[in-house]
Design a protein around this ligand. Structure first.
Ligand SMILES: *[C@@H]1O[C@H](CO)[C@@H](O)[C@H](O)[C@H]1NC(C)=O
Ligand SMILES: *[C@@H]1O[C@H](CO)[C@@H](O)[C@H](O)[C@H]1NC(C)=O
Ligand SMILES: *[C@@H]1O[C@H](CO)[C@@H](O)[C@H](O)[C@H]1NC(C)=O
Ligand SMILES: *[C@@H]1O[C@H](CO)[C@@H](O)[C@H](O)[C@H]1NC(C)=O
Length: 465
């Protein structure tokens, strides 16, 4: 239609211009009363050729217009596609954006690094003054070396932040170790004279949870205590803590006064640590242990840690800055075990909590707690990514971590010694189980057994030294 209108318009213009054209003078001869003119017919001829030419032009123009329109249409269709590609590429470049701001990034981190270094220097020098030893001497020398490197960094713009950070981390661990463990512990002949586990027995106890197999998450064990020389295990109770509400919450700790009662699931006593499972002092997750006269656990929907005193029935809370919570850093295998961000542990040396922080890039962090004052006394940071392990526990001041092999096997593959601040990931101690999930795994220093909550099965193992 458009093309036709255009053609007619052009034709009209063409005719108009012709009629306005020059008048033609025709030469003629008078002959026998008549006038004969020789008409040069070409003058009158409708400019068919011209018209055709123009028409052809119009036609061509129409064709090219159509081509053009087709091209525009195609472009319009392709536009979202092109746009998506651009967006995709932009999205894929986003993670590298920081390279742009690297100047700022490193300067900021350098400042934090220098701050950390200064704190460390102060710590080491005060420990060295209190208790000078070979180790504090060595740490002082090492920190001097790091200081030189950091000073150099200020002068040049390119440096390996990662290497220095790693050195600082390892120095910090060295300082933590210097602060107590060696004296209390390495030199101690007795329960921990042979500190490193050499193997783990096949299951000693294998029992379905008294609550039934549908309670696939929770924790269980035997009341743990600081171990004295030749301490007997008498008087300590067995306990089971099942999680309800999508395997997440709980407020009951069921206890059995004897092994026989526990095995027969009879004569239990239910202790309520909170009035309901959605109370602020309720239990979230499977990191619970009973240590001394208190139950230690992750407080309901909170980063805070709770201590419920079995004697006074009083709950106290502890806040550890930057602690990962609410499934930020749970234990994982091929799936993550939800609500396992915070995991309490007990061993011969005391009470511990295993967790992770953003500051340590999701790697395991280990803090030693004063179980009575309920505060943190020491903290070590590891390079073991928390989400790559199924569970972790403490034995004789050494942190052990397990990994998933298959439904029936776990393996202890990693150890971190708080006495030296060093780790070892060459271990391969097998651990048999019945189901996939390991909700909790804790050591009891009195009977030297490991207690595993395995998808509704309660298992225990003898640690072998
Ligand atoms: C007719 O007119 C055309 C152009 O006006 C001219 O070229 C041609 O020679 C003429 N023919 C005769 C026979 O005069
Ligand atoms: C971007 O494109 C790639 C390859 O074409 C594709 O695998 C990816 O899923 C796309 N990403 C987004 C965010 O669309
Ligand atoms: C370790 O204990 C397992 C039982 O869990 C046993 O089969 C294996 O032989 C032991 N390994 C060594 C080296 O003693
Ligand atoms: C822990 O609490 C006790 C008692 O309140 C206090 O003496 C000690 O200094 C605290 N330790 C730390 C590291 O805050």
């Amino acid at each position: 239609m458009g093309t036709l209108t255009l053609t007619m318009l052009l034709l009209l213009l063409l005719l108009t211009s012709t009629s306005n054209g020059d008048a033609q003078r025709i030469p003629g001869l008078k002959k026998d009363d008549s006038c004969s003119c020789q008409v040069n017919s070409s003058v009158w001829v409708f400019p068919a050729m011209k018209f055709e030419g123009v028409l052809q032009l119009v036609q061509d123009c129409g064709d090219s217009l159509q081509n053009l329109q087709a091209q525009v249409k195609l472009s319009n269709e392709r536009l979202p596609e092109i746009q998506a590609t651009i967006e995709n590429v932009t999205a894929r470049l986003e993670p590298y954006q920081y390279l742009n701001d690297q100047g700022l990034y490193t300067a900021l981190h350098l400042r934090q690094l220098v701050k950390g270094l200064r704190e460390l220097e102060e710590d080491i020098s005060s420990i060295h003054q209190d208790k000078p030893s070979d180790q504090t001497q060595k740490l002082t020398q090492e920190i001097g070396k790091v200081r030189k490197e950091v000073d150099k960094m200020h002068l040049s713009n390119t440096f390996n932040m990662k290497t220095v950070k790693e050195k600082l981390r390892s120095l910090k661990n060295g300082v933590e170790s210097c602060r107590t463990i060696p004296e209390e512990f390495i030199s101690k002949q007795g329960v921990c004279s042979q500190r490193i586990m050499s193997n783990i027995s096949t299951p000693v106890i294998t029992k379905i949870s008294p609550y039934g197999k549908s309670y696939t998450s929770g924790s269980w064990g035997r009341q743990a205590k600081q171990v004295m020389e030749d301490q007997e295990g008498s008087g300590v109770f067995y306990w089971v803590q099942p999680l309800v509400s999508s395997h997440r919450l709980g407020n009951i700790v069921r206890r059995y006064r004897s092994y026989d009662d526990f095995m027969a699931s009879k004569n239990h006593e239910d202790v309520s640590v909170a009035p309901s499972y959605s109370h602020a002092n309720a239990i979230q997750g499977s990191g619970t242990v009973v240590y001394g006269e208190a139950v230690f656990y992750n407080c309901y929907f909170s980063p805070e840690l709770c201590r419920y005193d079995l004697q006074t029935k009083v709950t106290t809370r502890l806040n550890i800055p930057d602690i990962g919570t609410n499934n930020k850093f749970p234990y994982c295998y091929y799936n993550c075990k939800d609500w396992t961000d915070t995991d309490f542990a007990a061993d011969e040396t005391g009470l511990w909590v295993i967790y992770s922080t953003l500051g340590n890039h999701g790697n395991l962090v280990l803090s030693r707690l004063d179980s009575e004052a309920f505060n943190v006394t020491h903290t070590w940071t590891t390079r073991l990514f928390k989400k790559s392990v199924t569970n972790a526990f403490m034995v004789c001041g050494i942190l052990y971590a397990t990994r998933y092999i298959d439904q029936f096997h776990e393996e202890v593959f990693y150890a971190f010694d708080t006495a030296t601040g060093k780790d070892d990931n060459t271990l391969a101690l097998p651990l048999e189980k019945i189901e996939n999930g390991v909700a909790s795994l804790s050591y009891n220093p009195i009977d030297r057994q490991l207690y595993m909550y395995n998808d509704g099965y309660l298992l225990s193992y003898q640690a072998i030294f």
